[in-house]
Design a protein around this ligand. Structure first.
Ligand SMILES: [Fe+2]
Ligand SMILES: [Fe+2]
Length: 267
């Protein structure tokens, strides 16, 4: 059994210090195997915002993998944006922007989708798709495989929203390698669905699960993060939402893998 906490869109510079303190307390109680952080750590990629984000990450008491979001690239400084887009990220957060966590039950691969040109939507490069295949296809099937990006593979329920660039090409490889779950953030809205709801060429069921924001930039729903309890063929998604004082369980969804499809089941 593995427990994965998925947090996203912290936007340091627009954070609530009380929420951040309680989030760390909630993570300490939860004792996840891994925390996956799916980008937009900062509001405007400023040095002090990265320092605050780094201070937060250092206080997470378990392994973590972190990928950048579009807000982690400077928006208003053209020199930094186009010539040194993720320089501060590398300096303050991590040198590896496509990190891999792996143990004998779970593999979690981060993919950097933040780009200077495709600023809002993000993109996966052909080189990254080749790297996905190289890293994931060699991992045995009994290992639960998760990919973490900032930009999502399926849009939120309320359009018009776009998805990550080259999604279809990347998904063909993810399907080939037997990836089980895709995690992302970006829209500050939590939602989950079968990848086939948006990609008809894909035959396998890959569960797509989006985390909301943990900043004050909320849209339509409170700040929240997701927890996955992975015990194949069972998977439980718990949404931990901020009520202004603490994090509480807002929703719990149980899935069971039946005939290669993750079906919602009653608990
Ligand atoms: Fe964001
Ligand atoms: Fe974003």
């Amino acid at each position: 059994m593995r427990r994965l906490a998925h947090i996203s869109d912290l936007h340091f510079g627009r954070e609530d210090p009380v929420l951040i303190r309680e989030l760390l307390a909630d993570l300490r109680r939860l004792e996840p195997t891994l925390v996956a952080v799916s980008g937009d750590l900062t509001q405007r990629a400023r040095r002090r915002q990265f320092l605050a984000a780094r201070g937060f990450l250092e206080r997470i008491p378990c392994p973590k993998i972190v990928v950048p979001g579009n807000h982690d690239i400077p928006l208003y400084d053209p020199v930094r944006r186009f010539l040194l887009p993720l320089h501060r990220w590398r300096r303050y957060i991590a040198a590896d922007m496509d990190p891999l966590y792996m143990d004998d039950e779970m593999a979690v691969l981060g993919v950097n989708t933040a780009r200077s040109l495709a600023f809002v939507n993000g993109r996966i490069s052909d080189k990254q798709i080749a790297l996905l295949r190289f890293r994931l296809c060699s991992i045995p099937d009994h290992v639960f495989k998760i990919v973490v990006t900032h930009h999502p593979f399926i849009p939120p329920p309320i359009p018009p929203y776009s998805i990550v660039g080259r999604a279809a090409r990347a998904l063909a490889v993810l399907e080939e390698c037997g990836v089980d779950v895709l995690l992302a953030g970006h829209y500050h809205v939590g939602y989950s669905d079968d990848v086939r709801s948006h990609h008809e060429a894909i035959r396998s069921h890959i569960l797509v699960s989006q985390a909301s924001t943990l900043s004050t930039r909320v849209r339509r729903e409170p700040a929240a993060y997701n927890v996955y309890t992975i015990d194949p063929p069972d998977l439980t998604l718990t949404v931990r939402a901020w009520n202004g004082k603490r994090f509480v369980t807002a929703r719990k969804t149980h899935y069971k893998e039946i005939k290669k499809t993750w079906s919602e089941v009653d608990s």
